[in-house]
Design a protein around this ligand. Sequence first.
Ligand code: HEM
Ligand SMILES: [Cu+2]
Length: 551
Amino acid sequence: MNTIKLNPNDAKLGLAHILVSFAAVFLGAIAGLLQGLVRAGLITLPSWLDYYELLTAHGVLLALVFTTLFIFGYFISGLSRSMGELSVGERKMAWIGYWLMIIGVAMAATMILTKQASVLFTFYLPLKASPFYYLGLALVIIGTYISGSGLLHHYFTWRKNNPGERTPLFGFMMVSTLILWFIACLGVVTTVTFQMLPLSLGLIETVNIELSRTLFWYFGHPLVYFWLMPAYMIWYTSIPKIVGGKVFSDTLARFSFILFIIFSMPVGFHHQLTEPGIPNAWKFLQVVLTFMVVIPSLITAFSMFATFEGAGRAKGATGLFGWFKKLPWGDVRFFATFMAMLFFIPGGIGGLINASYQLNTTVHNTLWIVGHFHITVGTPVILTFFAAAYWLIPYLTGRKLTPAMNKFGMFQTVLWTIGMFIMSTAQHVLGLFGAPRRTSYTTYGDHPTALEWLDGLFSNYVTMAIGGTILFTAAMMMIYIVIHLAFIAPKGDTAYPLAEAAEDASTAPKVFENWKLWILISFTVILIAYTIPIVDMIMHAPPGAPGWKTW
Ligand code: HEM
Ligand SMILES: [Cu+2]
């Protein structure tokens, strides 16, 4: 087999990230299961364990820790594979970043588990956690900056050493994602440094909540693209190879990532549509921009199906849909990714609903939202990362996926899909009936409306718990698969699937790699969307709010 082996030091670095990321899945899934069972009234937690403590752990571990560590592990491995091994200095930066992330996560997790930070993964003010929780999160972000700078350095050195050559699609997409991350974090860093930390240290008495929420969501929306873009990277750069096809259009793929840099930041107000401190015109502008950021996702969906059709036809498929049968349905690397893509169709439509002002008033803060992010980040992103683990982990450990593990993985994917379908449908329906999110078990004094949430087919907390239990089983199967691929699977050659472009890719316009230009445009749009409302929030601030510890 003509597999290109990774520099062993880079492989070790990538693997270190990925293994810790799956430890987060293990713990996060346990929390998820317990939450589902509590909300259905099926279990009561022991007095030393609190619902909101679990919910904080669940959100932090799965949405923040798993994603970030997996993404950096994937970046390091893929960059080393497609643009050559990291230099000693770059590798050192990545290790420093790694350890800062680990220490940060350990600090934040300790605070959560010792009941000093039940502030949920969004840590909105005026909820007040221990300063160590915020410091832990800050270390994670500093870690990503250091590690990410090393990766950027690698990319720019490559470009200097290969003048005139087209940069690999992987490198291009990684740089776009890191630029987005670096710009997005500025918001959360600002509110943590100047509002949350001083408040929790007792240096200030009160804070401006509207300002903090605005800074948080300036970060919070691009955060979802920071999760999504690496999943799209896997779709664009590896899946075509796995289905035996080519990247439908290298130029279009790059273009969609540039659109993400420009449009995913100035849109945070769509999470604040119900907040009174922001004039409607600014909400309107940001909602319009939100709908712009749908375009690159539609481009991606189009490209994927074009790749699938091309691959099928190259294998001799005929008729309108004959290519569909030619796809490698028995290959878990494809099957799991395909299921991930399918979930993104209702997930994306739900996003359009959430972003529409009038509809948002119906679904805001209900379980609908929980259903929504489980079929966006919780499946399209996470199942894609699972799918990548089937080749990435054995590639890094010099092992191979056995046919038996492939079959087990297919079964795991089916269970995840069924569990998620049941759980998220129940959450969407319950949300429409008014069931709130982030609320422990209660029947509100047996109010008839609340009782309805326990007696429908899908409008039923028990249905949600059944889905959650199936999902939990699938999560534990995935943990077993990861352990197998990392430590038990037979030694062998595993290829890292990297696809080629279909067209003469040298035609991609040079301006695409003019990062300064995209950063400039990005900041311009951000300033237009945010300057006036933020100045307004500061100039006409209400009296500050004191911090609260509600648990
Ligand atoms: C074992 C599988 C899972 C189960 C059983 C599960 C279950 C749940 C439940 C029942 C809630 C709602 C709690 C409430 O609002 O009161 C919840 C919230 C949440 N889940 Fe999951 N989930 C699972 C996997 C995931 C995954 C893979 C992700 C994403 C990466 C995820 C991200 C979240 C987030 C961000 C929240 C919101 C936390 C908050 O509101 O602060 N979950 N989950
Ligand atoms: Cu958003």
